[in-house]
Design a binder for this molecule. Structure first.
Ligand SMILES: CC(C)(COP(=O)(O)OP(=O)(O)OC[C@H]1O[C@@H](n2cnc3c(N)ncnc32)[C@H](O)[C@@H]1OP(=O)(O)O)[C@@H](O)C(=O)NCCC(=O)NCCS
Length: 138
């Protein structure tokens, strides 16, 4: 999947965060520690360091959500990380109900909270740090 396509999907899926540029995706893809899992209408990008698999971002085309793509990307991440990693970690905004529900399905549990980390139009949302063993307990 090209950096342009990744940037377009990211911009469409993330309406409240700064969209990542194609150049940022190109730089990440050039990093040997970064791994890309793709589906026809979505992708997950993760980085493996010292036995820990960190989800950098996951995005599904809003017009194609709730059809199992995110779940497939989580399974691909788990399989991709299993040979080298024992734990997985990610950060999610406390008001992102869809993502939190997705992660809970794969056994992720909250291990830390950054209070007021995300700025919203007229408020702030916490950042939750979630962790799960690899492979994910499904
Ligand atoms: C989070 C995201 C990747 C999920 O992708 P998706 O393809 O819609 O997910 P799936 O269809 O595979 O859903 C799998 C499960 O996740 C949960 N889930 C997904 N979307 C949900 C929603 N809107 N509300 C509640 N639960 C949801 C459900 O448990 C769902 O299973 P079910 O459909 O059998 O009930 C997608 O909503 C997205 O791209 N969001 C914008 C970007 C984003 O927030 N990324 C995460 C940043 S941390």
């Amino acid at each position: 999947m090209s950096p342009d396509r990744l940037a377009a999907l990211h911009a469409a899926a993330f309406t409240r965060e700064r969209p990542w540029t194609a150049q940022e995706f190109a730089d990440l893809l050039a990093n040997p520690l970064c791994h890309l899992e793709t589906a026809p209408h979505g992708f997950a990008l993760w980085r493996g360091i010292a036995g820990e698999a960190e989800l950098l971002t996951i995005a599904v085309d809003p017009a194609r959500q709730r059809r199992g793509t995110g779940a497939g990307l989580m399974t691909a991440w788990s399989h991709g990380a299993a040979p080298t990693c024992t734990t997985a970690v990610l950060e999610v905004a406390s008001d992102n109900a869809a993502a939190i529900a997705l992660y809970a399905r794969y056994g992720f549990e909250t291990v830390a909270k950054r209070v007021g980390y995300y700025r919203r139009a007229d408020s702030f949302a916490d950042a939750l740090i979630l962790r799960a063993p690899v492979p994910f307990p499904v």
